[in-house]
Design a protein around this ligand. Sequence first.
Ligand code: GUN
Ligand code: ZN
Length: 435
Amino acid sequence: MSLSVKQHCLFGTILSYSGDPFLAPWQEVSLLQTQGCIVIENGHIIDMGDAAIAQKYPRASHHNYGDNILMAGFVDAHMHYPQTAMIASWGKRLIDWLNTYTFPEEARFCDPDYAQMIANRTLDLVIDHGTTTLATYCTIHPESVDAIFSAAAERNMALVAGKTCMDRNAPDDLRDTPQSAYDQSKALIEKWHNTGRARYAITPRFSPTSTPDQLAALGALWSEHPTCVMQTHLSEQTDEIAWVKSLFPTARDYLDTYEQFGLLGENGLYGHAIHLEPREIDRLAEVGASVIHCPTSNKFIGSGLFELAKLKSRGLSVGVATDTGGGSSFSMLRTLAATYEIGQLTHTPLHAAQLLWLATQGSARALKLDHTIGNLAIGYASDIIVLDPTKIPALAQRTQASNDLWEILFAIIMLGDDRSIRATWINGVNQKNHS
Ligand code: GUN
Ligand code: ZN
């Protein structure tokens, strides 16, 4: 081993998966190893098993997390980093909330220094909450894309992001054109896509804010760059759907406003997807696209109940996300608590193993990154978090009353937040500020 190669041994209870706990009984595919060890080197897991394997790595530094739980870092598959400073803004419905709070805040990102400040703030916040990968919208300003990709590169963080394109139904200073959306997105793809851990997402905000010409231009761009993901919003609120119908009178449904213009595909990420027609579900399943569940946002903006069990049973790929700032928390633990509650309201009691899988492998699959992130196994990225239930008194006392690890994990989901994240390892470095 060369002296410049840094190895770390992380000791604790290890949570990993060998399959999808929605397709197989969760007990068969969800693995909890007590007194385990993960060995990391150069940003990857090079060994994993019983604590005794550490003997094979005499030069490694040791990090003993006792009986805390080590798991893959959370993957937030849909958020808006430019909305960080206006999270928790009171509003009536989606469109009113966008016009009143979101658009004025996004207009501030014409200033690259402001964009850089919020990009850094967002990544520090999410890392504190245990998120190691984000798929984020930016604003129409290319500088907002540069800001978040460079902030992620400084932290060696895997990031999916793209310029948000809008050429109608938005304020003058937040509109581009079909041509400038195409040209600027293309230049950003050439600058960032597949550089280090960066992946570009072609990003029409949603069909009400793009003309057919802009949707067609972005559809053409996607066909020229098929390894990019494409992210947008779909069927979030009933009044939004009615608006889409009036803007696209010949479309068969909301999804068709994307499909007609080449914006439906396997690498497509469709945020919310609450009020879907049967044809939309069939088409999303046929092409292998992913839908992203944003439960705190759906409660906060009053959008409706996402039908997770139904969509999973139809074979859809489903990720979960905060949707900050429509979502009311940066925490994927709070997001999973809301996923559980919406599951209850749709008669689907989700197990902790299923919830934690959704926030790791589920979201990583949606982003097409599941071969490198979202699980703990040899060869995977060393994006690892440490869950500690002792820091929150209500959670600590609940944990003491239990000897079963799944019971503890469920309590961490329901009662935990950033205080329950002891460390956030990204690419071989603990990036959590106050661990
Ligand atoms: N639909 C279009 N834009 C947005 C947004 O910024 N947040 C949410 N929740 N929905 C949207
Ligand atoms: Zn969104």
